[in-house]
Every structure is written in C-alpha cells, then in structure tokens.
Design a protein around this ligand. Structure first.
Ligand code: PLP
Length: 456
C-alpha cells in the first residue's frame, strides 16, 4: 500500500507541467533523491544545475536554523547584518579580480536584470544617457522575467509574450561544433568575437551600454566552451569601445566548471557578473550581482543610490545559507574536486558517441553537454516536434536518472541536447551509472542502434 498519493491534476498546485504526474520527493542524500514510493533517482543535473554540494548537508541546514532563530529577516534598506557582510567578503574573495561589490537577490533572473539596471544607471550617472542598448548573443538564456526573456533567445519561451518583449541586438555565439560562421577553429581566428565589434559599429558605440553573455554556455549551448582567445578578445573590444561586459555566471559560477568562475579559465574579468543557482547549493534561493568598485563609485559620487530594491534582497537567513555553502566548498575543496572529476565524467559520456544520434559530447569541470543529431555527417538536428531530448530525459527519469533536456539551440527552433551537471561530490561509481542509464534512455528513444526511431 503506497504511503502517499502521486499528485497530478486535481491538487491545488499550479505545476509547471500540466500534463505530467509528479512523483513526491521526500528526501535527498549526496547525489540521490528518494520519492515516497522508495524509488531512488540519481540527480545528475543537480535539479537545474543547483545542487553543487549534494543533498542532505546538515551543516548548511544548521547554519540556516541558527540564523533563523537569531534573526531571520530585516529589510536590506534598513540594516546590514553579520551573515550579509561575511557572505559579501567570502564571495569577493573567490570572485574574478576587481569585482569587489556584491548585492544579493533571490534568483538568477533577478540578478541578471539587476546587473543590466546597474550598467544602465552607470552610464546615466557618467553623463552618457544615450548608452541604453544591451548586446546579447544567440543561443542565450538569461532568465524568465519579461526583461530577461527579451535578453535570451529561446523561441519557445518567448512565443506567448511577443508584445511585451523588447528587441535586443544579438550576435552569434562561439558554439564551435556548430559554428554559426561556418568556420573551424583555430583557422577562424575567433572571428565570432569580431562580430561584437561589427555590431557595435552598426548600432553606434554611443548607444551600447553593455555586452551580456555566458562565459561558458550553460543549458543554452549545452556546455559549449569558447576558445581560449574569445574572452580576452571580447575584453579588449569592450575596453576600447567603452562597453561594459556583463558575465552571466548564474549557472557556471561557484565552481561548476572546476574553477570558481568560468571566466577564470580566460584570465580576464568582467565589469559586472551575475551568479545564482549553486551559490547556496539549493538550500535557499540566493543570487548575487557583483560589480567593480568604479561602477558603484560612479553612482555614489553622483549622489544617488543603486536603483534596485526587492523585499528579499540581502535577507540574513538566506545569506547564512550562502555563507555556509562557500565554507563547505572551500573546506572540503569541492571546486578542486569538480575539476578533478570533470575529465572522468566527460570520458564516461564520451562513450555515448558510439550512438549514431550523438553528435557531440563536450564540457568543462562537472558541466557536460550532449548534442543529438538526426544525421551526424550533416549535423542535421531532429525536428522540434520530435521532442527528442525531452523524451530522452523522460526515459532517463523512468530509469532513476535526472538529466536536463534543452531544445532549440541548433537554429532557435530545432536542436536537442542534454546537460549533465552532478553534485561536486559525485563518485566514480555514480559517474558510471550516469553514463549507463543515459545510454539506455537514448536507446529507448532512438532505437537499440542508437540512431533510428527519433521521429516519434
Ligand atoms: C545562464 C542563466 N542565467 C539566468 C538564469 C535564470 O535563473 P533563475 O531560474 O534562477 O531565475 C538561468 C537559469 O537557468 C541561467 O542558466
């Protein structure tokens, strides 16, 4: 006799997926989640690339509990608090060089939006109010609010909201396996970075406030890693053309790529950075905007305040979760562990290339992406209607494996990938399980040969 009922339609929760029956998750430990039927799931996506420390960490729970008993909430416009100050210091210590100011919010979308507002306000205070455009890329995902949907390029997420969305100028991103410029690295001389300068020329430097992009692609772009020259080149262009660079490290920050921040691989730092997801390991909703002193100082010297405020900004109980998370990451050397386990994950997933439908396997640290194709030679994507990656993720879920499905990256509509991003505590045994269960799931969808039957 089941102890609890699986909740589908009929309850009062407005679930994201209206036609799915959700299992009831009851506990988690390490890389595993258990539902109320006793079924165990290997969480190879950390939920949504969030659970970096693993599930069930008592020290984080205790830190939250202690702070909740002492002082759960004060408004960020009225007080500062010990966990807030300590978290800002701890974050700045690991952040890319020069990012010395931190403001804390509760989601990645908010952090990206606040980062954009900070850039816009900076130019106004500098006496250049005409710099209002934010240049973004394709593919890109920056959040789900109206403003961040405008900044992202996911067609399916945008389709109902056309009237409300702004047109955002966009350049093609460095998705090398599927180069938008039809070139090949290193012969391309990283021409995709020059696209930024061309776009600035076309728009007029005096109208562009900032360039917003993910340093390493997260879900959109499925863990594609730009060539080593890309970000230094972008940094140089931004400096020369007086454009701020906003790095969206909501997904890639806090050790996911094997360094504290993905930009650390490139030896350059952005002017503003947004971080979220793993910053509190899933134990509390936390995100942050980091900025250079000069940006905040410009606003201060103008006699103004940072024009952004939200009720739960800088909340002490949430900051306590973030602080405890950073302490665990450092104390247990988990970022180093992500770097160490990354190659093993990529090697295990690399075995999937024996399946015809697997076009590419890539990534860095514990962030891996698998891109599927209907025709490997021509890199033809499956039609979106086939829901190939969603079906793989569903088949994996049935087999007790959680991975992240991402559609639409090949051309804005078609394209299928899976992102794998397990907790940094993942073991070699679990990595083997991830590869084995994922292969089974792909074969269920594509046929036993791994290349047919994709058109459902
Ligand atoms: C790169 C990136 N930016 C922003 C966001 C938005 O974060 P949130 O879902 O916490 O609002 C996400 C979420 O997936 C993301 O991957």
């Amino acid at each position: 006799m089941p102890r609890a009922v699986r909740r589908a339609a009929g309850g009062h929760v407005l679930h994201r997926r209206l036609h799915r029956t959700y299992p009831v998750a009851v506990r988690g430990r390490g890389s595993w989640i258990e539902d109320d039927q006793g079924k165990r799931y290997l969480d190879a996506a950390g939920g949504a690339m969030v659970v970096n420390l693993g599930h069930g960490r008592a020290e984080i729970a205790r830190a939250i509990g202690r702070q909740a008993e002492r002082l759960a909430y004060v408004n960020g416009t009225q007080f500062t608090t010990e966990p807030l100050e300590a978290l800002a210091s701890a974050l700045v210590e690991v952040a890319p060089k020069g990012l010395t100011k931190a403001h804390f919010l509760t989601s990645g979308s908010e952090a990206v939006e606040a980062a954009v507002k900070l850039a816009l306000q900076y130019w106004v205070e500098r006496g250049e109010p005409g710099k209002v455009r934010i240049l973004a890329r394709r593919p890109a995902y920056h959040g789900n609010t109206i403003a961040t949907l405008s900044l992202g390029s996911r067609g399916t997420y945008r389709k109902y909201f056309g009237e409300w969305l702004r047109g955002v100028p966009r350049i093609a991103g460095p998705t090398c396996w599927r180069c938008p410029l039809d070139k090949a690295y290193p012969f391309c001389a990283v021409a995709c970075a020059d696209e930024l300068e061309k776009a600035i020329d076309a728009l007029g430097e005096e109208t562009v406030a900032a360039f917003l992009a993910e340093p390493v692609f997260g879900a959109s772009g499925a863990a594609a890693v730009p060539p080593k020259e890309y970000w230094p080149k972008v940094r140089e262009i931004c400096d020369r053309r007086s454009i701020l660079w906003i790095a969206d490290e909501v997904l890639t920050g806090m050790g996911r790529t094997g360094k504290w921040f993905a930009v650390d691989y490139y030896g350059v730092a952005p002017d503003i950075l947004a971080v979220g997801k793993g910053i509190a390991g899933g134990y509390a909703p936390l995100s942050a905007v980091l900025a250079r002193e000069e940006i905040v100082g410009t606003i201060g010297r103008a006699g103004h305040d940072f024009q952004h405020q939200q009720t739960f900004a800088q909340t002490p109980v949430i900051c306590a979760a973030g602080l405890a998370t950073i302490r665990v990451l450092k104390g247990r050397r988990l970022v180093e562990r992500a770097a160490r386990m990354g190659p093993a994950l990529l090697k295990a997933l690399g075995g999937l290339k024996r399946l015809e439908c697997v076009g590419d396997v890539r990534g860095i640290g514990l962030l891996a992406g698998i891109e599927f194709v209907a025709d490997r030679e021509k890199k033809t994507p499956f039609p979106r209607e086939a829901r190939f990656c969603e079906r793989v993720a569903e088949a994996a879920f049935e087999r007790g494996l959680i991975v992240w499905a991402q559609g639409g990256d090949a051309d804005g509509v078609d394209g299928d990938s899976i992102v794998v991003a397990p907790p940094f505590t993942v073991t070699s045994f679990e990595i083997g399980q991830i590869a084995r269960r994922l292969e089974e799931a792909i074969r269920v969808v594509a046929g036993p040969g791994g290349g047919r039957g994709a058109r459902s």
